[in-house]
Design a protein around this ligand. Sequence first.
Ligand code: TTP
Ligand code: MG
Ligand code: MG
Length: 419
Amino acid sequence: MFMSQCAKLTKLTITTKFQQYFVESSRLLLSFLTNRFVLLPQLSLPLQCNNMERKIIHIDMDAFFASVEQRDNPELRGKPIAIGADVERGVVATASYEARPFGVHSAMSMRIAKRRCPELIVVPGRYHVYKEVSRQMHDIFHEYTDIIEPISLDEAFLDVTHNKPGIGLAVDIAREIKAKIKDRLHLTASAGVSYNKFLAKIASDQRKPDGLCTIHPSRAQEFIDALRIEKFWLVGPKTAQTMHRMGIFTGADLREVSLKHLTDVFGKMGPVFYNFARGIDDRPVVVDHERKSMGCEHTFEHDLYKRGAVLIELNNTVNELVRRLEKHDFEGHTLTLKVKFHDFRQITRSITLDNVLRTRDDILPLAKQLLAQVDYRDHPIRLLGLSVTKSINKETSTTVNQWIELEIPFTEWQETPGE
Ligand code: TTP
Ligand code: MG
Ligand code: MG
């Protein structure tokens, strides 16, 4: 039964591939017939094979920072708490599950959170503790596999296709990992198990908190078809809105849309969504030994729009960044400036150099150069951040002073206070 389902899905993939080849051949034929020597737009056709042999686990801790605080302080247990600074401009890093029914969630202003939940207890974050817990989680993961890809402090993918204890079922490993996290760290995690990262990630979110969910290859298509588009990985609120306008509300709707249409609308994400809708995601679990980025950022008490004030804050941020780089003996080739405006709009500007960025003299002139590209006269600045990243595409990009837009993963900016 399982084999026949797999065969059906494989057949579906083959059919899809055949269709893709058909599209490609038609494109060439059309080009030949019209004989105009005009190149039709190339589609990067997702000719991936759907490998269902892998066993991938995604682990994500439940209300991570808040659970650690409740674990370490019994007075906070069972109460609505939010992690963050209790200041006018404070932002909620996360909220305990007791606070969530009030509508308190990550990235919300602390002021609004307290209005929504007057009982809310605001607890300052202790990043060095969260980092240590994260290290302990990884010790547990390593008992099963060394193929671990950390996504953030509280989240990682594990490839357990071949695992150290030789356990046959990935779900058994997930169960054991959850139990060890509970016994040793006194915290709960949710786990998702499937044959690729996309599905494992969605699965871990299905039964939070303390959840365990497996998406079996034979049920994958059915599961994806019923999945609301907002739940798809990499579909943020903006993409979801666009999809809604296109009449796409579920995975089944997404599967109806052609690769070309998706590529026209979503660019290089088009083929990714096209594949996701078919349960295809052959990205490997990438072991990440090395820290890639180090940065710091500040939200100001009052929005800044005067050049002098902005330059002073930029200078302070550079000083702090240099202190951190020194402490961790870290250096990179790319400097990124992050600016959040009063209306929460956020931009990043980056510059990549051939020489390493380590000292104040390396960084300050570049930071000023990046800031000069930002027009803040009519858009006062709420937050400034700077980070140094290990060479980005250094092998392929030798252009000095090349501007690139960068997404900065949230966790790259988290640092131990005082570091
Ligand atoms: P998440 O795993 O996104 O959230 P969570 O663990 O708090 O809750 P859930 O049970 O839904 O997984 O993030 C992990 C930690 O990262 C979180 O505890 C706090 C921090 N964080 C922020 O500081 N800011 C943010 O905007 C987000 C999303 C997370
Ligand atoms: Mg979490
Ligand atoms: Mg997480």
